[in-house]
Each structure stands twice: as structure tokens, then as C-alpha cells.
Design a protein around this ligand. Structure first.
Ligand SMILES: NC(=O)c1ccc[n+]([C@@H]2O[C@H](COP(=O)([O-])OP(=O)(O)OC[C@H]3O[C@@H](n4cnc5c(N)ncnc54)[C@H](OP(=O)(O)O)[C@@H]3O)[C@@H](O)[C@H]2O)c1
Length: 292
């Protein structure tokens, strides 16, 4: 089977599509035929920076696919599933024609969207859920989402709105304002100067800005970005953890049409280099899928 691997860190040119042995599932694991994955910033960072598992490594965190071998678990051949695999820690990348994963990482794919599109959900969705939990978002929370047009931000705005929060958004450029409003934001700005002082009970920062002054006294500032936290009391980082229950809940929301997946581009997996180049240029609205 074919997989997208790196032998060294560097630009998109280090991505190589090559023949590798098909994975042999261990007890409790399921073999999945990949339909699609998606690009997340961690993928280009793992490619470009000196981080991640031993090389050569197969990249990729997200997966939507069809079960080939349920391995005696509750999953059956033909089941449509999604998964998030913490590739940077475990080395189990999803950018391969077949992937073996433990059942604890799998959830039923939503049936009301194309299976490939469901690959836009796992990493961004679970990250958003866990960051919103840390921000203790509930009815009436005055919330700011920074990077609201992005993958995590876009899901976070929708989920926070469902939870009853009142959301303002910061995006990177004026032409992302409409997108943030369509997701559920009220006021939208694109510069730090647009933010009021001390106005928010919760801030979710997906872009790594120093927006601490916008936080109300006693508020919660949660960042998922690589950048240092602003100097405000109680500011915390959130690091995504694999979570089957949260993934299944997200899939159920998509299934019911209560959470919208946004797909910008679909690239056949052998065009991964071109996908990386365009993805890293930024300014995108919606996920980049790699299709298998
Ligand atoms: N800690 C964790 O567990 C975890 C999990 C997932 C992701 N992450 C990290 O979180 C970040 C966001 O991930 P993502 O998948 O949502 O990426 P994404 O889809 O690229 O979204 C980031 C968004 O932030 C916007 N942005 C950039 N600079 C901004 C600024 N100054 N003001 C307002 N918006 C700005 C980007 O706009 P442009 O594209 O126009 O620049 C983009 O819309 C990445 O750094 C990723 O590595 C961390």
C-alpha cells in the first residue's frame, strides 16, 4: 500500500508517497481503508520542525474510512468510521491507504455528510471541545474566539453558540468577517485594536496573540497556540488528547446538522506537496482534505 512519509524534516518537498507494508492490526485494533484525511497545522510543523516520532514516519492525524477487518471488536467490515490519531506522540500516522488503529480511537462516521468530508472533524473538533471545557463556556458566557475563521476556531464558535455563549470573533483579515458571522459570532474584528478592554469572561485563542487586556477580571484565557501565554491570571494552554466519547458526540452533532463542516479543497493524496504549499500560505476558509 502507499503512504505519505518523511525521511527528514523540511519543506513540502520532503513529503514522499511510497510503498510500505500494510499494517497488521494488533488485538483490539481495526484495519481501516482510508477514504480521506485532512491537513492540520501540526502536520506541516511535524514535517518542517525537528519534532515527532523517529523517521521515516507516516504523517497525519485525521481519518475517515471504511473498516476492512474488525479484528473481533464491535466494528464490522463496511462500517464507516472516523478517528483522531496523535501521530506526533505515537507515530501512527493516518496518511496511508490502510491504517490500523485501536478501537478506543474510533467513532461512527456521520451518515448525513460524505464520508470524506468527515475527515475535517476529528482533530479540530476534539481540540475545540477540550478548549471550551477549559474555558468553562456556558449560557451567557461573554466569549472571544481568536482565529474564528480557522478550523478549530470555526468549530469552537459553533459549539460555544450552542452552549448559549455570546461570541465575538477576531479573524485575520476583513474578508473573513462574513465567515465568522455565519458561524455564529456577533461582533467581528480583525485587529487587536478592535477589542474592548475587560469585556470577556472567556477567551479562546487559536492564533497566539497577546489579547489579555480583553479578558474581564476573573475570566478564563485558554490558548491552543504555540506562542507564550499573555500575562493574565489563570491563562492556560489546552493540549488535545484523544477522546472517543467527545469524537462520537461531535459526529452525532454533524449527523443531526447541528455542526457544520467546512471543506475548502480536496487533493488526491499523491498531491500532498501541493496541498501543503497552499495550506501553509494561510488565508484559507475551510479544511484541506487528502483523498485516498
Ligand atoms: N494545542 C493543541 O492541542 C492544538 C490542537 C489543534 C491545533 N493547535 C494549533 O492551533 C492553531 C490553530 O489550529 P487550526 O487548525 O485552527 O488552524 P487554522 O485552520 O490555520 O486556523 C487558524 C486561524 O487563525 C487565523 N489567524 C492567524 N493570525 C491571526 C490574527 N493575528 N488574528 C486573528 N486570526 C488570526 C488564521 O487566519 P489566516 O489563515 O488568514 O492567517 C486562521 O483562520 C495552530 O497553531 C495549531 O497548530 C493546537
Amino acid at each position: 500500500m502507499l503512504a505519505i512519509q518523511i525521511d527528514r524534516h523540511g519543506g513540502p518537498e520532503v513529503l514522499t508517497v511510497r510503498e510500505v507494508p500494510e499494517p497488521v492490526p494488533e488485538p483490539g485494533e481495526v484495519l481501516i481503508r482510508s477514504t480521506a484525511s485532512s491537513l492540520n497545522p501540526v502536520d506541516w510543523k511535524t514535517r518542517a520542525w525537528d519534532v515527532g516520532p523517529e523517521l521515516p514516519a507516516t504523517l497525519g492525524w485525521d481519518l475517515a474510512g471504511v473498516v476492512v477487518d474488525g479484528g473481533g471488536t464491535a466494528f464490522r467490515p463496511g462500517d464507516h468510521v472516523i478517528a483522531m490519531s496523535a501521530q506526533i506522540a505515537t507515530g501512527r500516522g493516518t496518511w496511508a491507504e490502510r491504517v490500523a488503529l485501536p478501537t478506543r480511537l474510533l467513532a461512527k462516521a456521520p451518515t448525513t455528510v460524505p464520508l470524506a468530508d468527515a475527515a475535517a472533524l476529528p482533530l479540530a473538533g476534539v481540540t475545540a471541545v477540550q478548549a471550551l471545557d477549559k474555558a468553562a463556556v456556558t449560557t451567557g458566557t461573554r466569549m472571544l474566539v481568536i482565529g474564528a475563521a480557522g478550523a478549530v476556531g470555526g468549530i469552537a464558535v459553533q459549539l460555544a453558540r450552542r452552549a448559549g455563549a455570546v461570541i465575538d470573533a477576531l479573524v485575520s483579515r476583513p474578508d473573513h468577517h462574513d465567515e465568522a458571522r455565519a458561524l455564529g459570532a456577533d461582533k467581528v474584528g480583525h485587529t487587536l485594536g478592535d477589542l474592548p478592554d475587560g469585556a470577556y469572561d472567556a477567551v479562546l485563542d487559536t492564533a497566539g496573540l497577546d489579547a489579555g487586556r480583553a479578558l474581564a477580571p476573573g475570566g478564563r484565557y485558554v490558548s491552543i497556540a504555540d506562542h507564550p501565554l499573555p500575562d493574565v491570571p489563570g491563562a492556560v494552554k489546552s493540549y488535545v488528547q484523544e477522546d472517543q466519547e467527545q469524537l462520537a458526540s461531535l459526529a452525532a452533532l454533524v449527523e443531526r446538522g447541528e455542526l457544520r463542516l467546512r471543506v475548502a479543497h480536496r487533493y488526491p493524496f499523491h498531491q500532498a506537496r501541493a496541498a501543503h504549499e497552499r495550506f501553509e500560505a494561510g488565508g484559507n476558509v475551510g479544511k484541506f482534505l487528502l483523498t485516498f
